[in-house]
Design a protein around this ligand. Structure first.
Ligand SMILES: *Cc1c(COP(=O)(O)O)cnc(C)c1O
Length: 251
C-alpha cells in the first residue's frame, strides 16, 4: 500500500499530485453529472513536517486539514508567515482542547458533543472569532468510530442553534475501513440520505448542506455520492509512516 503513494519532495511533485487528484474528482463529477466546482479538495497534512507543508503551500495548498489539534496549532504558529494559509481540524476534539481550536482554526469537522460545542462557542466569543463546523456522523456502525448516530443528528443540530459563533456547514463521516467498495459506498449514501432528510426539517437559515466524505482511498466514490468536501492526505503528500489507528483510536 505504501509504494502506492510516493512522498512528494518538490513543488512540482505536489503540483502533479494535486492535478491528478483534481482530474479524478472531475472524472467522478462527469460520471454523475456534477459540477466539479461543487467539490472542495481539502489537503490533509497531518504528520508532514514544515518543509513539506511549505512545498505544498507553494503548489497552491492554502487550506490544510490536520487530525490533531496540538499538531495543527504548532504548525499554524510555525507558518504564520504564510498569510492566506488556513487550518481545518478534522479529528476528534476533547473539550479541554477546544480553547486552542478557537484561537486559530478556520474550520472544525468533527463536532459530536454538546459540551465541546459550548466550550468552543464561549471561547470563540472571547476571541471575537467564528468557526465553520461539520457534525461528525458514524455511518459505519463501528463502535470504535467517533461521531453521532444518524438518529441522534437531528436533535444535536437543533441544540447547536444558540451557539452563534459556530457556523454549521454540514456533516462529516469516515467510511468503514474495508476494501469492499460497496460497503464504503453505503456509508456515503447514508450520510447523503441523512443530509437530505435533515434539510427538509431544518430550522430556518440553518441548513447543513455540505458533505465532507472521502479520503485518498475512496474519494471518487464519495464524489459520486455527493461529497462537497474531500479530505485527501496521502494521495497528495505521499504515504504516512504512522498507522491509521493512531489517528482514529478506539474509544
Ligand atoms: C488522515 C485523515 C484523512 C486523510 O486520509 P488519507 O488517507 O491521507 O487521504 C481524512 N480524514 C480524516 C479525519 C483524517 O484523519
Amino acid at each position: 500500500m505504501h509504494n502506492l503513494w510516493p512522498r512528494a519532495e518538490s513543488v512540482d511533485d505536489f503540483r502533479i499530485n494535486l492535478q491528478a487528484v483534481r482530474s479524478r474528482i472531475e472524472d467522478a463529477c462527469r460520471r454523475t453529472g456534477r459540477d466539479p466546482d461543487s467539490v472542495r479538495l481539502l489537503p490533509v497534512s497531518k504528520t508532514m513536517d514544515e518543509a513539506h507543508i511549505r512545498l505544498a503551500y507553494d503548489a497552491g495548498c492554502d487550506f490544510l486539514g490536520e487530525n490533531k489539534v496540538q499538531e495543527a496549532w504548532r504548525k499554524s504558529q510555525l507558518m504564520s508567515d504564510l498569510s492566506p494559509l488556513k487550518w481545518s481540524v478534522i479529528g476528534h476534539l476533547q473539550s479541554n482542547k477546544a480553547r486552542l481550536v478557537a484561537k486559530f482554526a478556520s474550520e472544525f469537522q468533527a463536532l459530536d458533543s454538546l459540551h465541546t460545542a459550548e466550550v468552543l462557542d464561549r471561547r470563540l466569543q472571547q476571541e471575537g472569532r467564528e468557526l465553520d463546523v461539520f457534525v461528525q456522523v458514524n455511518t459505519s456502525h463501528e463502535p470504535s468510530k467517533y461521531g453521532l448516530t444518524p438518529d441522534e443528528t437531528e436533535t444535536f443540530l437543533r441544540q447547536l442553534t444558540p451557539f452563534s459563533s459556530l457556523n454549521v456547514k454540514g456533516l462529516m463521516t469516515l467510511a468503514e475501513f474495508t476494501t469492499d467498495a460497496k460497503r464504503v459506498r453505503e456509508c456515503f449514501i447514508r450520510l447523503r440520505t441523512l443530509r437530505d432528510r435533515l434539510c427538509e426539517t431544518a430550522p430556518a437559515g440553518f441548513l447543513p448542506t455540505q458533505l465532507s466524505m472521502g479520503m485518498s482511498g475512496d474519494f471518487e466514490i464519495a464524489v459520486e455520492e455527493g461529497a462537497t468536501v474531500v479530505r485527501v492526505g496521502q494521495a497528495i503528500f505521499g504515504a504516512r509512516s504512522l498507522p491509521d489507528d493512531y489517528f482514529w483510536p478506539t474509544r
